[in-house]
Design a protein around this ligand. Sequence first.
Ligand code: MSP
Length: 528
Amino acid sequence: MKTKFYITTPIYYPSAKLHIGHAYSTVVTDVFARYKRLAGVPTYFLTGTDEHGQKIQETAEKNGKSPQQFVDDVVVGIKELWSKMRISYDDFIRTTEPRHEKVVQQIFSQLLKQDDIYLSKYQGWYCKFCESFWTDTQIGEAKVCPDCKRAVHPEAEDAYFFRMSKYADRLMDYYQKNPLFITPESRKNEMINTFIKPGLEDLCVSRTSFSWGVKVKEDPRHVVYVWLDALTNYITALGYGSAKPELYEKFWKDPQSEVIHIVGSDITRFHVIYWPIFLMALGLRLPDRVFAHGLLMMKDAKMSKSKGNVIDPLPLMEKYGVDTVRYYLVRETVFGGDGQFSPEQFVERINTDLANDFGNLLNRTINMVNKYFQGVVPNFQGPISEFDHQLSSLTSQSIQDYQTLMNQLLITEAYAKVNQLVARANKYIDETQPWNLAKDPGKLKALQVVMHQLIYTLYVAGTLYQPILVTTSDAFFLQLGTKEKPTLKAIADPKVVNGLKLNPPIPLFPRLDPLIEVPFIQSTILKK
Ligand code: MSP
């Protein structure tokens, strides 16, 4: 197991307000980062914004702003959203920052000098009116510009190209030697069959048709292709190529650091083909893993602003609290598959897992310890009954399984284990019937064991939920009589809860009434 951890989200286009689909990438990455910190692993978590390119330039113009002013304004909102969602990033990189732009130029120069990048002609169909090049498929049989529908003409312009094909074999070799590099497996097969097997084409890495980008130092008519610019954020943010490369050396260069990119499935190709090839050309190490998660859809279609079916996380968080939204995002969709946002499922998920199972367990248990032991948790004495043994071994097994699964990025399975543990503890109350044990003074020890074990199980579950439930976990541990939130190491020992003085129970997750909440959530959908 590696000793350090570097995890990144994609950097988002600040072209419009972000929606719950973007929040999905970021929340899941945040949960992994928080988990690693909980496990005591030195961790660095990066997010940011991808601010160059024609689209941003055009959107800024439409809004009557300079591109820089436009992105500056949008980024304020993005940072506010992440702060409200309690995203614990260590750094936020913007590709318009000098620390990034300078290094992009350096990288381009090096690749040019090495002859990995060469000057040639970009052939395509040109629309004079829109000043844009289009491909054969884009213009269709009518041979018209897909934007303005005017006739297009074959034309060529100077452009720089990257020799992708030169690295294809080395890339395949890396895939073979690192079977987890691209996950889920289905994405890997898609990449190999669609892009690598037919032969990698050289990639056009500069543009002259617009100016909002990093200028090629050697030839300032050109700006660097936005994906070459964007992908390098993962190392420029760490200080690669700068006078202060310490973080780069610690979290990227050192093979003891595990490097993980979390991306949406729509941008897999850039991360598993172009990015590793750029790194090989630069002579740098490659990431350990690129995990491509699925996309969140609405019932009938992909969430998109133009369709007018976008879920904004802000009103949901304002009404139900940040933790319920974080929990829903992590737990509802199988990580790696596509998901569907549904107001009914949102309400159901919160009610079942948080209000009923977890919340009830907490409530019932605290009430019983208050009633039978004046709120003081009995000391650990080891399991007695068959039921004690079962819950005790499930609890230690769950701690193990959770960590193994999280280390493999199997976050859905990891949290399913925590849910199972909570469900098992609720069942344990029904099995052991503490209210009957309390009636018989001869069963005092049995009652102590049951109460200790319930609190310990809660303590464990609360700790494993901590990376998701970042605000309620303060209140949760306060009810269990501890201000300090435990680490993963601490919960291995059942004695950790001995003698805790509990506080009165307060419901953490009130039950949501679907008749009221489903229409409310529907009313928050951002229409066109
Ligand atoms: N700027 C590029 C990424 C560059 S990374 C070097 C980009 N930006 S984006 O803003 O369009 O998308 C960022 C991420 O959000 C992508 O991973 C994308 O998959 C994700 N999502 C956008 N809509 C989404 C959903 N509806 N559901 C889940 N993720 C979604 O691409």
